[in-house]
Design a protein around this ligand. Structure first.
Ligand SMILES: Cc1ncc(COP(=O)(O)O)c(C=O)c1O
Length: 371
């Protein structure tokens, strides 16, 4: 069986440390350790006193309780993982076998798609429609879900286009799954990154019995380096993924679990900090697009630190992303990494001077090829 590589992550691992401007990461400017500790000597003392033993494999009790509260679940429904990446991987490993059918949202973060293909499943996508403000095409969803569908995977808010699904759209996803007895995987790593409202996107948890919600500290909390994520699932599904977790990683680190407790305890402070970066970054990016004289266009996202910017040039996204890297020293996500051409995924939740310099470089390179 052929192997499908994770093209976006491969692109990032090769190049993210060799460019002057990295706009390919999907979170905002990360929180420094001192900032997380609140520059509090007592918090520093507690951290330095930690014994670096193996932590509880499924996560410490306080951490599982904090995560449960974030989703309105019970601590017994929570498994702490090495990032949302592991949560997605062990979920697919536990549910999807060769010959199964899996439905994903596109454009999308193509982890579940690739994992399912590598498990020998057939994968179909239902689109978020650019001609309808990146709303999901629910008729297409209905038509791709069939009796063999084992799993429907959504990302809400979405990466890369930032759509937050409405309650009616979520009901349609659940109804499609219920019709055929499929599981729903709701990747909710971008909850808390809303641009235009203070309301945190509701978790899908409790809306369906065959549901796994995935979350992480990498996006709204600004802590990707902790490599701390989780899944929330019915008890039997937690057990089933936990058995895979023991094989894959045993546990995330003791230190990360300690710092994650602190982060979830200080969530208001962290979400406020990161939303401020995202809102300021998006407004700079929108201004930059407006000044491009028709070279670029963008549909306003509802959330995330990302903009999925359309360029109006007859070049593939692979070519454009490579030109930006080699001639502008800027790394962005290419549309082909998300299943659609003519778009670049640009992270904007960054320091203003850094973002402006990078956007400026992008314009210079694109203008060269406009003629
Ligand atoms: C939708 C989505 N899910 C999962 C992940 C992986 O997140 P983590 O850093 O928590 O492993 C990402 C990272 O970009 C993502 O965009």
């Amino acid at each position: 069986m052929s192997f499908t590589a994770f093209a976006l992550e491969e692109w990032q691992s090769h190049y993210e440390h060799s460019v002057a401007y990295n706009l390919a990461d999907s979170g905002c400017h990360p929180v420094a350790l001192g900032e997380l500790l609140g520059d509090d000597p007592e918090a520093v003392r507690r951290m330095l006193a930690i014994d670096l033993h193996y932590p509880p494999v499924g996560g410490t009790d306080p951490l599982r309780s904090l995560i449960a509260a974030w989703h309105g679940a019970d601590p017994g429904n929570v498994l702490v993982t090495v990032g949302a990446a592991e949560a997605n991987a062990i979920t697919v490993a536990s549910l999807v076998s060769a010959g199964d059918h899996v439905v994903v949202m596109e454009p999308g973060y193509r982890q579940v798609r690739g994992l399912a293909l590598n498990a020998g499943a057939e994968v179909d996508a239902f689109p978020l429609d650019p001609d309808n403000g990146w709303r999901p095409d629910l008729a297409a969803l209905e038509s791709v879900v069939g009796p063999d569908t084992k799993l429907i995977a959504i990302t809400n808010p979405n990466n890369p286009v930032g759509t937050i699904l409405t309650p009616e759209e979520l009901d349609a996803v659940v109804a499609a799954a219920e019709r055929v007895g499929a599981w729903v995987l709701a990747d909710e790593v971008y909850r808390g990154t809303e641009l235009w409202t203070e309301e945190i996107t509701p978790s899908l948890w409790s809306q369906y019995d065959k549901l796994i919600c995935v979350g992480s500290l990498s996006k709204a909390f600004g802590l990707p380096g902790l490599r701390l994520g989780w899944l929330v699932a019915p008890a039997e599904q937690v057990e089933s993924t936990w058995r895979r977790h023991e094989y894959a990683t045993i546990a995330t680190s003791t230190l990360s679990m300690h710092l994650a407790e602190l982060a979830l305890d200080s969530q208001d402070r962290l979400l406020t900090r990161n939303r401020a970066l995202i809102r300021a970054g998006y407004s700079r990016l929108e201004q930059w697009v407006a000044e491009s004289n028709g070279l670029l266009s963008v549909i306003r996202p509802d959330a995330t630190a990302l903009a999925f910017v359309r360029y109006h040039l007859p070049l593939t996204t692979a070519v454009v992303a490579d030109l930006l890297r080699t001639e502008g020293s800027v790394l962005v996500g290419a549309g082909e990494h998300f299943g659609i051409e003519s778009h670049l995924r640009i992270t904007h939740g960054l320091e203003p001077a850094y973002l402006d310099a990078a956007l400026n470089n992008i314009t210079k390179v694109l203008r060269n090829y406009q003629a």
